[in-house]
Design a protein around this ligand. Sequence first.
Ligand SMILES: Nc1ncnc2c1ncn2[C@@H]1O[C@H](COP(=O)(O)OP(=O)(O)O)[C@@H](O)[C@H]1O
Ligand SMILES: [Mg+2]
Length: 339
Amino acid sequence: MKKKLKVLALFDAMAPTALDQDLSAEMKTDNRKTEANVLAALSALSCTPDHLVLFDDLDLLRQKLENFTPDVLFNLADQFNNNRGFDQNIVSFLEMQRVPFTGCGSTGLLLCKHKGISKKILSYHRIHVPDFVIIPRGKRITRPKRLKFPILVKPLKEEASLGISQASFVETDEQFRERVTFIHEKYNGDVIAEEYIDGREFYVSLMGNLRLKVFPIRELVFREVPPDEPRIATYNAKWNEVYRKRWGLQNQFAEELDPALVAHIEQTCKRIYRLLTIDGYARIDLRLTAANEVYFIEANPNPILAEDEDFALSAGKAGVPYPQLIDRIIRLGMKTVRG
Ligand SMILES: Nc1ncnc2c1ncn2[C@@H]1O[C@H](COP(=O)(O)OP(=O)(O)O)[C@@H](O)[C@H]1O
Ligand SMILES: [Mg+2]
């Protein structure tokens, strides 16, 4: 009989944790939906699961690795000591420990997290990206003349639309300066300012290492947003249910796409995935202009894995039910060549 696989699920936390942190109450909340879904899948797969909640203490992780000796780590930790920029450092530690883990390695996480470097690599390879400028904290705030309004001002290295609101969309130099200052000061982060690409917003989910599988394309539709208003997946647009209802925002499968266009999007996303050295699984955010040009917006390695989010829904539509999806992610993680 085959030995049961020992899988250590690694979670993050926003306050110090203990080795045997009790999560049973938290697991029932929306904040821990992904973790709860993944743990349930691991049980259904008849693995031997365990979990560790990491805040800032790598000794806990070392102890857990020693005591439990997992075959593979299921990595759901994307912050360390309340810093989301450290996701790649957690993974670097795992790479040095030589423990197999799921998802993306440190190089892919680094390249994707930096919204400037990823775009430079892709534009070198002739993938359409919005023209942009990076404005670090402490640097004088000026708009290069080549950068045309409207412009979207974003934190250079954030996720989940943190720091992105309707005020991020700017049409004058005064609004530009104001918003850049706001991100510098309130978010304590560097800025990337990009030309605004008007068009449909697509989310493309991919899985694999050498051979890639692309799942059906999802779209965020802005049903009730007036045609002359900017369409942006702001923080509220992603996370505020009342706001989503108010503006008719809905994530759904993209409809009425020409098969040749779908093939082009799939090829483009595979190239992006490889150029940014992503491993495991990812969701790539794109915009499609009225002229049918595909623009890269962002790559998300280790995208949210909750059962009701775009990645799992796309996989499900392609005939990969949730526990099998988790199983495949684990197998890929065990096979990934690191470092
Ligand atoms: N250059 C752009 N043109 C048009 N819309 C954009 C642009 N950059 C970002 N957006 C909008 O803002 C959303 C969030 O931006 P993104 O760079 O993906 O940040 P995050 O990492 O926080 O998700 C996108 O999903 C898109 O709706
Ligand atoms: Mg995004």
